[in-house]
Design a protein around this ligand. Structure first.
Ligand code: ADP
Ligand code: MG
Length: 679
């Protein structure tokens, strides 16, 4: 019987009421409780002498109550009790609030251990509301759990202790002994006992490492499983590579990196064993679109159909026009399909697709999720897929005759992390920009210089250029919405009265959004005031300045993405970051933006400074929830990848009985992201 099948109510002292509180914390079963790891520990083993405590530190002192208890009320009406304790180095005052029983709980003349934050002001030491324990029955390291109103730490400790007692004599360890020995990891029983009640700091580290590595290993194996399962044989094999012919249509030479990535894709197309399932990663402006175009062309010349999906209608239109130009001297048939087209037009396009009369269809993501039919769809290209999780990718390639999948992303992701998040895809990187691409000059200014920046923007607009101003207004809540509009109203009134300004924010209906973007693309609007919705939605070569308000509110990778909206033509371009933040960390982050245009360096800095949660912002990456490990933990991430390689070599598909436990852990973790992701 698995402890996951034993409800938390089964533990003594936990009735329906308390069980509900545990449920609130995400704990439903005894097994779940054992996985409910402490958020911190109090170290009661290390005793500090009263004379040596530092002001503000959390310490454990071992001291004897020598004074009587004095109670009274504070000015604000709180019940307060004071006493004093001493060790052989000094005296410490203890203060308790609203505890009418403290003089029964502590006895004069008896020695206890007290744990808490101390203040030490000019040698007067005191502790407010410390936790305490008899000196004899003391735990070395005391776990601190996340709590919820009505549930205190001691109740959780008692429950966990009981759960540990319920562990069977022989625990089924998902990591077989041979594996643990090889990679220096401790057993599960030791790990569980020591993560909750560590015998020592060393034991805690050992336990934690084992649990972290196990969780990352399980994540790794699950994602690889996903990848292999989706890996059907190549049902759209080609006989010839047409990429050289494609290049001859272009007004420029491809970079070496573009050529390499194209040939990586074509090699997949020629391989009968696997289908193409690849992420093309390349900094903004590295030329991903033509790479995808080349792969489409090769498939089309081999008699197949291809689909190219963009995140917005505008981008779809832009891609459509771009490819029409490239293919103008060929007989390739291209069509556009977007939601806002007339029903009759859409029908017409769909009919031709079904008959195989269209070679390349370009449209929004909605294109494939409805009932569009193809004659022989062989490749789906999706642009800027960050809003696109593992689950959606899996769904896409379940369409039709297992088409190839090419995903393009401009958010550079550190390699170890990429392996996890795109675990179901192979990765190709375009690590080179076209030669004439200019760096975007990035400046950091305080808001006192904003007016000057606005004057600069005006000058650029007078030269015929366009500009963006981005403000980090959250797209929820009416107040923010009002201020987005207020902000641009103020600009128009005071600075840009004779210039057509557009406003874009998340609360606009998508048709209205598209209309504003279209006017900006058509150069009818000169200045676009926007929240981050423009991040991937628009491509205007004539825009040369971007000013970002409250730059400190953005992640670096996001700033880099935003900045990539300018510098797309041949003109010199600027990005002006406005921030009044004075914290060192923030300044350091923003300075990184000014010193480098390399998206990978920026991503690394971002990961270090903010961690992966923020790195992805609020975007869904579709991964299961981790309970102890972190994707920023590069060292253990690498170790877990190594172990995953080993396990897979050792036993394909974890079929060997030794890996039964590991296999069911994979299932359990991935259940948390919902079945649909695995289907
Ligand atoms: P991104 O990788 O950001 O999607 P695009 O594919 O939109 O970049 O390319 C940006 C611009 O650079 C386009 O106008 C494209 O035609 C141009 N471009 C792409 N490859 C090259 C190249 N090798 N040399 C010169 N210009 C290029
Ligand atoms: Mg692009």
């Amino acid at each position: 019987m698995s402890l996951y099948n034993i409800k938390i109510e089964k533990l003594s002292g936990i009735g329906t009421k308390r069980a509900e509180l545990f449920n609130k914390l995400g704990v439903f079963s005894v097994g779940g409780l054992l996985n409910f790891y402490p958020r911190d520990y109090e170290d009661w083993s290390e005793i500090t002498s009263i004379s040596e405590v530092e002001n503000g530190a959390s310490v454990c002192i071992k001291a004897t109550v020598y004074d009587a208890f004095h109670s009274g009320y504070t000015k604000t009406g709180k019940f307060i009790t004071k006493t004093a304790v001493c060790d052989d180095s000094g005296v410490c005052e203890l203060v308790f609030y609203n505890n009418r029983y403290i003089d029964k709980m502590l006895k004069q003349g008896v020695t206890y251990r007290f744990f808490g934050k101390v203040s030490n002001v000019f040698g007067k030491v005191s502790m407010t509301s410390p936790t305490f324990s008899s000196d004899k029955a003391v735990a070395e390291m005391r776990p601190i759990y996340n709590l919820t109103a009505g549930l205190n730490n001691n109740t959780v400790i008692r429950a966990v202790k009981e759960a540990i007692n319920l562990l069977p004599e022989k625990i089924n360890d998902p990591l077989p002994q041979s594996l643990r020995e090889r990679f220096g990891l401790c057993g599960l029983e030791y790990a569980i006992k020591n993560i909750h009640f560590p015998e020592s700091i060393k034991a805690l580290e050992t336990a934690k490492k084992r649990l972290v590595v196990e969780e990352l290993l399980v994540l790794n194996l699950g994602l690889r499983n996903l990848k292999n399962r989706k890996r059907s044989k190549n049902k759209n094999l080609i006989s010839r590579d047409y990429s050289a012919e494609f290049e001859s249509f272009l007004p420029f030479k491809l970079t070496n990196a573009q050529r390499r990535v194209i040939s990586e894709c074509v090699n997949d197309l020629k391989n009968p064993e696997i289908s193409l399932n690849r992420l093309i990663q390349g900094d903004v402006g590295s030329g991903k679109t033509v790479v995808a175009g080349s792969v489409c062309y090769t498939l089309i010349k081999n008699g197949k159909q291809t689909a190219f999906m963009a995140p917005t209608e505008i981008l779809a239109e832009q891609h459509y026009n771009y490819f029409k130009e490239i293919f103008k001297n060929t007989d390739i048939k291209i069509a556009l399909l977007t939601g806002s087209m007339k029903a009759s037009e859409k029908n017409d396009v769909r009919k031709k697709l079904a008959l195989g009369e269209t070679d390349l269809i370009i449209g929004t993501h909605a294109l494939l999720t409805n009932d569009t039919e193809f004659k022989n769809l062989a490749l789906v290209v999706t642009d800027e897929q960050h809003r696109f999780g593992v689950a959606q990718r899996a769904k896409l390639i379940s369409k039709g005759n297992s088409p190839h999948l090419l995903v393009m992303s401009a958010t550079p992701i550190p390699r170890t992390l990429g392996l996890i998040i795109f675990g179901d895809l192979d990765i190709s990187t375009i690590n080179e920009l076209p030669p004439e691409r200019k760096e975007i000059n990035t400046l950091l200014i305080g808001s006192d210089k904003r007016v000057r920046a606005l004057e600069f923007i005006k000058k650029e607009i007078a030269k015929g250029r366009q500009a963006y101003i981005v403000c980090p207004l959250v797209e929820e809540g009416e107040t923010d919405l009002a201020s987005a509009e207020e902000y641009s109203a103020e600009l128009m009134l005071n600075h840009f009265s004779d210039i057509p300004v557009g406003t874009l924010h998340g609360k606009l209906k998508s048709a209205d959004k598209e209309a504003v973007m279209r006017d900006f693309c058509d150069n009818k609007l000169k200045l676009l005031v926007s929240t981050t919705v423009i991040e991937v939605g628009i491509d205007v070569a004539n825009a040369t300045v971007m000013m970002i308000e409250n730059a400190e509110c953005f992640g670096l990778s996001q700033l880099h993405q935003l900045r990539g909206r300018v510098g797309r033509g041949g003109e010199k371009s600027w990005c002006i970051l406005v921030s009044d933040s004075n914290t060192e960390n923030t300044k350091e982050r923003l300075r990184t933006m000014c010193t480098t245009n390399d998206g990978f360096k920026i991503a690394d800095a971002d990961l270090k400074l903010r961690g992966p949660g923020d790195f992805f912002g609020s975007r869904q990456h579709g991964l299961p929830k981790l309970s102890i490990s972190s994707l920023a933990d590069t060292r253990n991430l690498e170790l877990s990848q190594k172990i995953a390689d080993y396990v897979i070599l050792d036993s394909q598909n974890l079929l060997d009985d030794r890996y039964r436990g590991l296999k069911s852990e994979v299932k359990r973790l991935f259940n948390t992201i919902g079945e649909e992701s695995l289907n």
